[in-house]
Design a protein around this ligand. Sequence first.
Ligand code: PMP
Length: 366
Amino acid sequence: TPIGGRVSLSDLPLREDLRGGTPYGAPQLDVPVRLNTNENPYPPTPELVADVVAAVAEVAGELHRYPDRDAVALRTDLAAYLAASTGVPLTHRNLWAANGSNEIIQQVLQAFGGPGRTALGFEPSYSMHPIISAGTRTDWLPAPRRADFSLDTAKAAEVVAERRPDVVFVTSPNNPTGQSVPTAELKALLDAAPGVVVVDEAYAEFSSRESAITLLDEYAGKLIVSRTMSKAFAFAGGRLGYLAAAPAVVDALLLVRLPYHLSALTQAAARASLRHADQTLGSVATLSAERDRVAAALADLGFAVVPSDANFVLFGRFSDARAAWRSYLDSGVLIRDVGITGHLRVTIGTPEENDAFLAASAEVER
Ligand code: PMP
């Protein structure tokens, strides 16, 4: 046993509300085909790698100093990217960045949620929304989706008006189900919400729908759009998430962020990666086409496939999803059991990976 190993979790003076909880835990297994965490399957190009290395080498000589606490250069680059892709003239004052959009969500809940406050989300959705709510002691209010997993926004607006949560989460496209919410429908929710509405657009680049960023001016102070470089940007290991909102929202987050939370290395690497945005995002079209191919092939095999606007597909039905997940793993294909009865989620990989997944799907017990 390691030093201190005789003490177990239940021996610790842990907060009561954290006792018995389960940590986020997508398995990280070394198998040939990994299609379980919605990453971009294409590694950075040699040119991008060289640019990251050069950018990191440049800041390495300054590592005795703290980084730019406000990451202004990076936020300026992110604003330029979003402005170009949405047509909304954002500046760095509309942008905030952190170590993954998980940290963005945590900072939002630290500022707008917390003890005595509530956050509401439409389940099934991204499992970290309730987990980060718990960590910040924000009471979680689960609200339903339709049986087909789409969001009934009229009903959702009624629930929001009735429960009056301080924070509402709308994931669009939704993880793990894949559908996105049209901006016209989001308005009903925004009108009903008394607090802030976080539209989690982690997978926005894979969707053909308009971004909620186009509503930012109309709903300034209420709407927060979170994004990440982990998916389409193929930068999951770099840890860079960001949000677009009114400058006052950024001012609020400054009150809760840890000073120097974004390392100089992260800022430099993210900026280098953003310089290759056009090239990296070129994979999005390939992945969307592969998603449609995989969805059609699954349907041909007789599976029920939930329509997806993202880089993953939820499908079923299995009489025992856990056993089916195991059987995929035994064939060398790691996908995700997201805890939805009878369903599994597969991330879209390279054509070869998708073929391996489809071959396993033809064999799997339903
Ligand atoms: N939001 C959603 C909907 C996600 O699926 C994920 C990643 N699984 C995240 C946020 C967080 O990603 P990251 O912290 O890597 O930006």
